[in-house]
Design a binder for this molecule. Structure first.
Ligand SMILES: C[S@@+](CC[C@H](N)C(=O)[O-])C[C@H]1O[C@@H](n2cnc3c(N)ncnc32)[C@H](O)[C@@H]1O
Length: 357
């Protein structure tokens, strides 16, 4: 297995500084986000290389000098802002990405709105094997997926933006692969709002698709299919796949699972894949699209993935994670399926596992 997190040689002096970055991490995160959301990073960008004073920023944004200075000083400490010899402030390269890079913005919003408060309960979640952090959203739901359609708009939107940003990037690369053998039927398992179903139905005018998800979630997908005028070829099938009594329709050509298995613990994954295997015939193929931290081109991707696992622990399910490819392969084997091909580097960071019975 490829290890993206190689041991780094650093001095004890550097190590204690890094340890302090972690100790103050939550405060730094909020300072950087606040500077972004209050428009301070934007002001720094407009100030260019010459720089801008804290007073000018405070006046332009109608904020107190105290507040702006406090944030800027924290910004200096984490290299988001820089200071000229004249005491003016400029935007650093890191600040540039926080302000302008879509992926960084989406990750920051997701961590602020979805994860930040619930992460306080990480230790409780680890001990109980339950998403203890979900309680910050009021009711204690069993999993985030039951809660999702009912969460506050900001939380829901940042979750959707995060989920779609990554899977959307891999869909165009996946379509030619899965349609290679002229499938006629497909099951989109964990369809969410039906995005992939819509793309697949437009890509191939003959494909018939069944969208599977939890009942509340599925309603969004049904609405989207109706608006797109695709109801004659696309139908919903509401089911909770944690209920082992729920089996799958038989003899479907493609069983499609995108960013789905990471929502479950290993035994649950094996159970889901076994139930699919039972439903498959000789022409059926299972496609699993996942983001494996051991198959990334960039260390930043691996870093984001292993830390997204903490969301699964504290908020989503308490027992799931971003798996590495060996863990998924073991589940595929345990379910009695055979991995026939693996496609890496689809979209930003996905791997597609093609499995047969
Ligand atoms: C991370 S989203 C992935 C959505 C989409 N397939 C994609 O590629 O972006 C996982 C989906 O699985 C659904 N899901 C989670 N737990 C489920 C369960 N127990 N039964 C059925 N669907 C479930 C969620 O509602 C959600 O729509």
């Amino acid at each position: 297995m490829k290890n993206p997190f190689r041991k780094k040689k650093i001095s004890a002096y550097e190590a204690i500084h890094e340890a302090h970055k972690i100790a103050f991490g939550p405060l730094i995160f909020q300072a950087a986000r606040t500077m972004r959301d209050l428009g301070i990073l934007q002001q720094l960008e407009q100030g260019g290389t010459e720089g801008v004073s804290a007073q000018t920023i405070a006046d332009n944004l109608e904020l107190s000098l105290y507040g702006v200075e406090t944030l800027l000083e924290s910004g200096l400490s984490c290299d988001v802002a820089e200071m000229t010899d004249d005491g003016l402030f400029t935007l650093s390269k890191i600040g540039h990405f926080l302000l302008n890079d879509t992926m960084t913005q989406i990750n920051m919003d997701y961590n602020h709105y979805v994860n930040y408060q619930g992460m306080f309960y990480l230790d409780e979640a680890i001990k109980a094997g339950k998403p203890a952090g979900l309680k910050v959203f009021g009711k204690q739901w069993e999993t985030l997926y039951q809660a999702l359609p009912h969460l506050p708009e900001k939380v829901k939107n940042s979750w959707y933006c995060f989920d779609h940003f990554y899977s959307d990037s891999a869909y165009p690369d996946s379509l030619p692969i899965i349609f290679r053998n002229q499938p006629r039927t497909m099951l989109d398992i964990g369809t969410n709002i039906g995005k992939f179903t819509l793309l697949a139905a437009e890509y191939n005018p003959d494909i018939e698709i069944t969208m599977v998800d939890l009942p509340d979630q599925l309603q969004n997908a049904v609405n989207h299919v109706e608006s797109a005028g695709l109801s004659s070829r696309v139908q919903p099938l509401a089911m909770d796949l944690l209920d082992e009594g729920n089996g799958f329709p038989h003899g479907i050509d493609i069983y499609w699972l995108s960013q789905f298995l990471s929502c479950f613990g290993k035994q649950e994954i094996i159970s889901i894949l076994r139930r699919i295997a039972e439903a498959m015939d000789v022409n059926s193929t299972v496609y699993i699209l996942e983001t494996c931290w051991d198959r990334q081109r960039h260390v930043t991707s691996a870093y984001s993935l292993v830390n997204t696992s903490l969301y699964f622990t504290a908020l989503a399910s308490g027992n799931s994670k971003m798996y590495n490819s060996q863990e998924l392969q073991a589940c595929i084997d345990a379910a009695g399926l055979t991995l026939s091909q693996t496609y890496d580097n689809l979209g930003l960071c996905h791997t597609l596992f093609e499995c047969r019975k």
